[in-house]
Design a binder for this molecule. Structure first.
Ligand SMILES: Nc1nc2c(ncn2[C@@H]2O[C@H](COP(=O)(O)OP(=O)(O)OP(=O)(O)O)[C@@H](O)[C@H]2O)c(=O)[nH]1
Ligand SMILES: [Mg+2]
Length: 453
């Protein structure tokens, strides 16, 4: 069904989560909203944006609940349409009875995200704000809230609009030249345009980079505990989690598969992964477990590399040291474990470049937590824009590639191809705030929202 047909309907849904609570909010949006509210409350007038105390009745004239009713007259509402919100006593029964009454009086049940979709269509929000709202609902850490609220405030929209305006200006200028100029583009003008495009491309590359560095702020940072078998990885995992999640034993190769759990460190959300001890695999299942350990370390933001101080450094430790060499771009903490035992035998020389910590089951786990927290606290929310969805990242990549191609075409005076590239870049960058394939993209995006939003 097209947006336009759907648009005529008045929609209703419970906007608050299911279960018991202080209040539930039922939200109505569309042309019929006010009439439906009048029927259910038996009130004739509603002053916009005023809280009215009213008695809600069903079609048999029986009382459902006493509720606060607020009318938002279009366009001054969340969706831009006439909206009525009923604040009822919490609990699923009352709110679902009110939804039923609204449906009996002409509304239909809203699809997930339909209120936000209408807000977008009525220019109440652009797509970056819609995505920020959707992610904010699912936010699991203070980091995520801080980042998303910046996007909610229009930071990404402003960035996109500025770049689009600059590209449009360049395109307009070049198109005039294609149509009227007899001669080649003057060299100084070409240089000016190239410089502008170079600056834009750098900004886009920087945004892609800062987004990938800050991915963990929204989804949670990933930490892998790695090491050869029997060094005490699972013991550390259990102590970080404060419960016995992983099996611990003195048999090397106890953990056979990766074990992933969530953990809060200060204001940060982390995924902590205990891995199978890395060594030359003895049999097929162990080999698969070890492959997973290595994969997990490549996907992590922070590595806790555990070494057993009570045993001399051996080939298996050397393998871990080589792996650490390959993971140099990550934050690595080397943990010299089992320092309660005879700890003179282990040669630390090859690990001297890494940040390290002496540890044992007699040490406080807070020592490790503090080190992780220091690394995570370094993450900065303030500089650099962050793209929060794959859709946004893809659009910036396409725009940046088109701009790079346009520069090559400008250098060889292929002005028509150049204009074509800039057009592509404008389309891609614009799609971050406004969608061109409206129906398809909107259904995909808003379909992920929860009901009543
Ligand atoms: N003395 C001493 N023993 C420890 C310490 N940490 C762990 N252990 C013991 O070392 C053995 C191995 O511990 P695990 O935590 O299972 O080691 P792991 O690295 O997960 O081993 P795999 O899963 O086999 O790779 C167990 O017997 C633990 O009790 C420590 O700090 N000091
Ligand atoms: Mg283990």
């Amino acid at each position: 069904m097209s947006i336009e047909n759907n648009f005529l309907d008045t929609i209703v849904a419970v906007a608050t989560p299911t279960g018991s609570g202080g209040i539930s909010i039922v939200r109505l949006s569309g042309k019929e909203s006010l009439d439906i509210a009048k029927k259910i409350t038996k009130k004739d007038t509603f002053m916009p944006r005023f809280a009215h105390l009213g008695m809600l009745h069903d079609s048999c004239d029986e009382l459902i609940d006493e509720a606060i009713v607020i009318y938002f007259k279009n366009p001054n509402s969340f969706t831009g349409e006439d909206v009525v919100e009923f604040q009822t006593h919490g609990g699923d029964m009352v709110s679902s009875l009110i939804v039923d009454e609204c449906i009996k009086n002409g509304a239909r049940l809203a699809n997930p995200g339909e209120f936000s979709k209408r807000a977008f269509i009525n220019d109440k929000m652009d797509l970056t704000k819609a995505e920020a709202i959707s992610a904010l609902i699912d936010a699991k850490s203070k980091d995520a809230v801080k980042l998303l609220s910046k996007q909610l405030n229009g930071e990404l929209k402003e960035f996109v609009d500025t770049i689009r305006d600059q590209l449009v200006e360049i395109l307009a200028f070049i198109e005039v030249n294609i149509d009227y100029a007899e001669e080649d583009l003057p060299k100084d003008l070409e240089d000016q345009i190239l410089k502008k495009l170079h600056d834009i491309s750098q900004k886009l590359s920087q945004t892609l980079l800062s987004s990938s560095l800050r991915e963990g702020m929204i989804d949670g940072f990933k930490i892998s505990i790695i090491g050869k078998p029997n060094v005490g990885k699972s013991t550390i995992l259990n102590r970080l989690l404060s419960f016995d999640r992983a099996i611990i034993s003195d048999i090397a190769g106890t953990t056979r598969d990766t074990i992933e759990e969530s953990l809060r460190v200060g204001t940060h959300l982390v995924k902590i992964v205990d891995t199978a001890g890395i060594r030359e695999g003895r049999e097929e299942i162990e080999k698969i477990g070890i492959e997973r350990s290595i994969k997990s370390s490549y996907e992590s933001d922070i590595i806790l590399a555990i070494f057993d101080l009570s045993r001399p450094l051996d080939d298996e430790d050397e393998k871990i040291i080589s792996l650490l060499e390959e993971l140099k771009d990550k934050d690595i903490i080397v943990i010299y474990n089992k320092s309660d035992k005879d700890s003179e035998v282990f040669d630390k020389t090859k690990l001297s470049d890494y940040k390290s910590l002496l540890f044992s089951k007699e040490h406080s786990i807070e020592e490790i937590v503090e080190n992780i927290k220091t690394i995570l606290d370094k993450q900065n929310y303030d500089d650099g824009l962050v793209l929060i969805s794959k859709r946004q990242v893809d659009a910036v990549k396409v725009a940046n590639d088109a701009i790079k191609e346009s520069m090559s075409n400008l250098e060889i005076e292929e002005l028509e191809l150049f204009a074509y590239n800039i057009n592509d870049a404008i389309t891609a960058i614009s799609s971050i705030t406004k969608s061109f394939d409206r129906d398809e993209i909107l259904d995909k995006m808003f379909g992920n929202f929860c009901l009543g939003k």
